[in-house]
Design a protein around this ligand. Structure first.
Ligand code: 13P
Length: 249
């Protein structure tokens, strides 16, 4: 049985007092599904959030990290630094990192390696842009993003990899992929993994969907057989909405 996961990516939102308010609201919510729940605050609030959720069923995760252990990389944070404040999971390859911070497949492959070497779990994001989909090229784009960053791994490494398909045209736009579009792509992704690593691994990897998931569309999206959860942006900033999505399972 694949893990069902709903992760809230707070992006660059919430200072410390706002983080505390959202934590208080999240603690009031009732978890009625079996999904694993995660939230990804900004670096400055990770330790605080980790301490706040120590006894709760919410894992605090990071939005990014550098591939080096330490050194002259002003402004960056390493896997071991994240681990030292209790963080065991990191989001890598988000389209905003790729688009605004020039993260390439090559860099992402190194980041994935560094995270795994440090015993961390990775939520690896990828997805096509609108022009790719309009040109009917979405599967090629997704396949190459996966191949370039993950195909050098061993099958065993996938125990610590979660995939997140986030079509760029659906992020923050209010335009969600239809449940059928999500299912078709997730099945394609699983098939891509099957061809390279075999069925057992392909069947065991959780594949999340991200892009304008809201309380009113989560049930339908999560009902698809190859959709194992969601990576939630905007709707994760309101505790009630986020838990409505978590409990959609
Ligand atoms: P939205 O849910 O705001 O579209 O963001 C999705 C996302 O980018 C999650 O990582």
């Amino acid at each position: 049985m694949r893990k069902q996961i709903v992760a809230g990516n707070w992006k660059m939102n919430n200072d410390l007092p706002q983080t505390q308010l959202l934590i208080d609201d999240l603690k009031k919510q009732k978890l009625t599904s079996d999904a694993e729940v995660m939230i990804a605050p900004t670096f400055t609030n990770l330790w605080h959030a980790f301490e706040a959720f120590r006894q709760e069923h919410i894992e605090v995760i990071a939005q990014n990290m550098h591939f080096s252990e330490s050194g002259a990389y002003t402004g960056e944070v390493s896997a071991s630094m994240l681990k030292s404040v209790g963080i065991e999971t990191v989001i890598l390859g988000h389209s905003e990192r790729r688009a605004y911070f020039n993260e390439t497949d090559e860099m992402l492959a190194k980041k994935v390696d560094a995270a795994l070497k440090n015993g961390m779990r990775v939520i690896f994001c990828f997805g096509e842009e609108l022009a790719d989909r309009k040109a009917g090229n979405e599967e090629n784009v997704v396949e190459s993003q996966i191949k370039n960053a993950l195909f050098h791994l061993d099958g065993d490494d996938f125990k610590n990899i979660v995939l997140a398909y986030e079509p760029v045209w659906a992020i923050g736009t209010g335009e969600t992929a239809s449940p059928e579009q999500a299912q078709d792509m997730h099945a394609f992704i699983r098939n891509t993994l099957d061809n390279k690593f075999g069925k057992d691994i392909a069947d065991a990897v959780s594949i999340l969907y991200g892009g304008s998931v809201k309380p009113n569309n989560a049930v339908e999206i999560f009902s698809k057989p190859d959709v194992d959860g969601g990576l939630i942006g905007g709707a994760s900033l309101k505790a009630e909405d986020f838990f409505a999505i978590v409990n959609a399972f």
